[in-house]
Design a protein around this ligand. Structure first.
Ligand SMILES: [Zn+2]
Length: 537
């Protein structure tokens, strides 16, 4: 019985963990896409996708679900267990992700053809995404589910996103049972719309996220008064408030806030301000939120509904869909709010709106979520004076701010108190889903505060769950810094093997140059490997 840490090891995206619950029988917890820049290489999966029998999905965010279509295309034909709401959200999110992959690949291909290069294939297609959805088994919270011989699970509400869960596994091998909980992303207390995280359940092993493992949220600043101030200031200048927002979850929270502002007349001088949600995906997600089980909703939201109001709908809300309508927003000069995806400005309609609005100092760009290092969102947030969009240099004159007081993640104290929310604390804690400082720092905190053995393993590390000991502790493998990885099809083999060899040598040289900051031990190991390869003492 073995757990292998594959993705989100010392980084925040690309969640993926492999468990061998009986010899030769494998399942995955999450299968997410890496986003932004990552410092470390993710190890190759040690088994073929076709050998994996199940995937258990904590929630629908792409950094947890986004590589499922690749897994399916590579031969996975088992079942994907997730809550019903996660299943509904994945249907729209994976289709959207596939469409982005296809559009990007078509664009790259067009560019390549002009320079005699080959076709670029999408990472996956809408067909791959549709095939993936056929494998989903929608589940309910708090039900014990017998999945297979020696494998039972239970989803509990993680309070992070609609349908989000932490999963308790009961694993049995040769009469010995071990319990494992995978936290997925643990939500923040008092997020609008959804419930708070359920208490942690009894477990031997806990794998826990650490996005905010060493940081504390600002508890004093509440989002609605901040939002009102930003709107007032910008509208008084005659400007537009542009919000790059994650289509699923954050957009609906913003709609909840705008409904509160309007319902309670918190901005009376602009009571009828329009809000445009320029994201087909966000609008589909809003529909899923409106139809979700009331079991997922918190008391405040249920109260609003009981009073006859719609918690995320109000007068002045416009859901533009066509791209012509989207373009028309940029010629309309009325004070307004535009919410457009994507949240880190890496894709989606937000890029068009940024191009048309960033230069104008009447406007405000308000970020409403974490901006990963290397993304356009982070670059603007960090104070860039000029950015490149669609090949054009655009001055950044708009006011740039961040909506404080909202987070979908528990902070340091929230995570620590979640660990203590069960009577019997876990014996061993694996910390993942956090950048270098957060995951290592949080592992230390768990050790100091609770005396629990805790570790943040690097990708490729393996732990024997029966014996309670490490089988393999891997060293970090630093990633070569490069532009966004776009898979290029081999196309026609126009390169001779010799040219390919020369290219590999050049790549090796680039790789070696990227290792400047690696420890001397690592450098010696690498040197030995190269010497071994060329058989020279
Ligand atoms: Zn998440």
């Amino acid at each position: 019985m073995k757990i292998t840490f594959i993705g989100a090891a010392h980084q925040v995206t690309g969640s993926r963990t492999l468990v061998e619950w009986n010899p030769g029988r494998f399942f995955l917890v999450d299968c997410g896409m890496e986003q932004g820049e990552n410092d470390y290489e993710m190890t190759e999966m040690p088994v073929a996708s076709s050998q994996i029998e199940y995937v258990f999905l904590t929630h629908a965010h792409i950094d947890h679900s986004g590589m499922l279509p690749v897994l399916v295309r590579e031969g996975f034909h088992g079942k994907i267990y997730a809550t019903a709401e996660t299943t509904n959200l994945c249907a729209i999110m994976l289709a959207d992700s596939a469409q982005i992959q296809e559009t990007d690949a078509a664009y790259e291909t067009k560019k390549n053809l002009r320079t005699g290069k080959g076709e670029v294939l999408p990472l996956y297609t809408t067909e791959d995404a549709a095939n993936t959805m056929k494998l989903f088994i929608p589940c309910e919270y708090d039900q014990m589910i017998m999945v297979d011989e020696g494998l039972s699970i239970r989803f509990s509400d993680a309070g992070h996103l609609l349908g989000s869960s932490f999963i308790q596994f009961f694993l049995r091998e040769n009469g010995s049972t071990r319990k494992l909980v995978c936290s997925g992303d643990v939500g923040n207390l008092d997020q609008p719309i959804i419930r708070n995280p359920s208490p942690l359940v009894d477990t031997d092993y806990l794998m826990i996220e650490s996005t905010y493992g060493t940081r504390k949220h600002d508890q004093i600043r509440k989002p609605i008064p901040i939002l009102v101030e930003v709107l007032r200031k910008t509208f008084n200048r005659g400007g537009t408030v542009l919000i790059p927002s994650f289509a699923v979850g954050r957009t609906q929270e913003l709609l909840y806030f705008f409904r509160e502002i309007k319902q309670n007349a918190l901005l009376p001088e602009f009571q009828n301000f329009p809000v445009y949600v320029d994201s087909p995906l966000a609008n589909e997600a809003t529909a899923i939120f409106l139809q979700c089980s009331t079991k997922c909703l918190d008391d405040e939201t249920l109260k609003v509904m009981k009073e006859g109001a719609n918690p995320i709908w109000f007068d002045g809300l416009y859901t533009t869909v066509s791209s012509d309508e989207s373009k028309a927003l940029n010629t309309n000069t009325e004070p307004k709010v535009i919410i457009a995806s994507g949240g880190m400005c890496e894709g989606g309609r937000i890029r068009h709106h940024l191009k048309h609005n960033l230069w104008n100092d009447k406007n405000t760009v308000m970020f409403a979520g974490y901006q990963a290092v290397g993304t356009l969102g982070r670059i603007i947030h960090d104070g860039a004076k000029r950015v490149k969009l669609f090949g054009e240099e655009i001055d950044v004159n708009a006011e740039i701010c961040m909506l404080q007081g909202i987070s979908g993640h528990a902070d340091r104290d929230g995570l620590l108190s979640w660990i203590t929310s069960t009577e019997n604390k876990p014996e061993y804690v694996f910390v993942n889903h956090g950048d270098e400082d957060s995951c290592s720092g949080f592992a230390n905190l768990v050790k100091e505060q609770f005396g629990i053995t805790a570790m943040a393993p690097f990708s490729g590390s393996e732990f024997d769950l029966l014996k309670g000991e490490w089988i393999r502790i891997t060293e970090p493998v630093f990633r070569k810094k490069e532009a966004k990885a776009v898979p290029v099809s081999s196309g026609k083999k126009d390169q001779t093997p010799y040219k390919e060899l020369m290219k590999a040598v050049k790549d090796l040289n680039d790789y070696a140059e990227s290792l400047k900051n690696v420890s001397n031990g690592e450098l010696r190991k690498m040197t030995d490997k190269i010497r071994e390869l060329i058989n020279q003492d």
